[in-house]
Design a protein. Structure first.
Length: 490
């Protein structure tokens, strides 16, 4: 058989492939891996940069304020995915939005590495949040265009793509943390910028080979509406600037502001979908069924995202990081979770596949996830009172293993559930609702972390864990009712 008679997506002897996948996957794999390298590499040292003193190379921001900023930043990244998806759908298409978003990410890391003080922090975080939201919203869509619906390589291709994500998340904190420990924070931020530049350069050369579907604009914004939309954007930016200048929006209340905006956006989006005359009675019930899962998801991410708020402080103050006489950099703790994800994601996929129709319904998975997450927080309590650097590293490795199990019970199935429950005319908006639950949870992680102190660890971890477990138990109790509303969706 010749290449001319072969199906376009079938590998042949003449086709260049990437581990048996369409070769174009290597370009999206690369830009996403390096974007995650830069994102998690920067985030691994960010909290220390903010609250360390000037003598230690930091900005000297009070620790509670720094924690709130981290939460606001994390929430803003997921809020920005909504904007990134809209720009792709209405203006630029997924491929171009991905390309320009990666440039914005790189500019943010350059700002953090070169601009001094609070100016560099502000400019850098805003640019990285906006750019990361655009990358996160569109990279998966671009990968999807590389395959036909019935291409047997599709699932394996996505698995390879997600491997790239976690490789970047693993390597980023290791390398930026090591460089920061020997050369300083700005060198660490600079390495994150270099990593993003490597991925962007590779993608810039390879993006021409991507299919036309990746470059198409699915629902172009009419020309007559572009100027009014630009006016809305300018007005929103002006409103934020004025709020900062008059002191309404400050670093102290930034996480609260992001949480309130996200909550209002979620309520509005639920209202728009539920009151629409374009959905059927069955679809409306399914949307109602998503509300308890949305609340559970917020509770889960409120705890899970404290990997980037409380855990770095815990690592610096409470962990014994001595490895045979060598002091492990604190940011390396951030690389533990990606290792477990790489190892266990395939295990979970195999379990769900083997169980098939016998696997637990999605509400039970959500409930199990938040209960396991609560248990993970309770596991910190036995190590309270051990003094500075008294907690063994192996203990936190074990706790982060529990974090990962909880994540794999909720995160992969959350997006899938949002698409299964979505009305036909609101598929993208239902996915947006799931991202809004992550955004709200991330902001809440920053707010909750302001109450953490090493002197109050038992009540902090105990109350947080107990509330999460209680939410999971409530979801289990209402699951029969929720499943009736789901109208046959598992």
């Amino acid at each position: 058989m010749t290449t001319e008679t072969a199906p376009p997506d079938s590998p042949t002897k003449r086709e260049r492939t990437f581990f048996g996948q369409p070769f174009s996957l290597v370009h999206v794999f690369g830009v996403e891996m390096w974007e995650r390298f830069s994102f998690y590499g920067m985030q691994g040292i960010l909290i220390y940069y903010m609250y360390y003193t000037a003598a230690e190379g930091g900005l000297g921001i009070p620790q509670p304020v720094a924690l709130g900023i981290i939460g606001a930043y994390g929430g803003s990244v997921y809020l920005a995915t909504i904007l990134g998806a809209w720009i792709a759908d209405r203006l630029l298409g997924a491929e171009r939005t991905l390309f320009f978003s990666a440039i914005v990410v790189m500019a943010g890391h350059i700002a953090l590495s070169l601009l001094p003080g609070l100016l560099g922090l502000g400019v850098g975080l805003v640019l990285i949040a906006l750019g990361s939201g655009g990358v996160k919203a569109n990279a998966t869509s671009v990968v999807g265009t590389l395959y036909r619906e019935d291409d047997p390589r599709r699932d394996a291709g996505f698995s390879l793509f997600y491997l790239g994500i976690n490789l970047g998340a693993f390597l980023g904190p290791l390398l930026t943390g090591l460089l920061q420990s020997v050369a300083g924070f700005h060198w660490g931020f600079g390495l994150a910028a270099v990593g993003m530049a490597v991925g962007l350069t590779q993608y810039a050369f390879g993006r021409r080979s991507l299919p036309a579907e990746a470059k198409a604009v699915p629902n172009p914004l009419p020309a007559a509406r572009r100027l009014p939309m630009a006016g809305i954007v300018v007005g929103a930016v002006a409103l934020i600037v004025v709020a900062v200048l008059v002191g309404v929006l400050t670093p102290d209340n930034l996480a609260n502001a992001v949480a309130i905006i996200t909550l209002l956006a979620a309520i509005a989006l639920f209202a728009v979908i539920l009151t629409s005359k374009k959905i059927t009675a069955v679809e409306r019930k399914r949307v109602f069924s998503f509300i308890p899962m949305f609340i559970t998801s917020v509770a889960f991410w409120s705890l899970y995202q404290q990997q980037f708020t409380v855990l770095p402080i815990y690592a610096a103050d409470r962990l014994n990081l001595d490895l045979f006489g060598w002091q492990m950099p604190e940011p390396w703790v951030q690389s533990i979770n990606p290792v477990f994800i790489i190892v266990l994601s395939g295990v979970f996929a195999a379990i769900w596949t083997k169980w098939g129709a016998k696997q637990p319904a999605t509400p039970y998975k959500f409930a199990a996830a938040v209960i396991v997450m609560g248990i993970a927080f309770l596991l910190f309590i036995p190590f309270s009172g051990t003094g500075a650097h008294g907690t063994p590293l192996i203990a936190v490795v074990g706790i982060l293993l529990v974090f990962t199990i909880a994540e794999l019970l909720l995160s992969p199935v959350g997006l899938s559930l949002s698409t299964k429950l979505a009305p036909k005319v609101f598929e993208t908006q239902m996915v947006a609702l799931f991202f809004l639950s992550i955004a709200l949870g991330s902001a809440m992680a920053g707010i909750l972390a302001t109450f953490y102190d090493e002197t109050n660890e038992p009540p902090y971890f105990g109350i947080s864990g107990a509330v999460a477990i209680a939410i999971g138990v409530v979801l289990i109790l209402v699951t029969p009712w929720v499943r009736k509303l789901m109208q046959g969706v598992r």
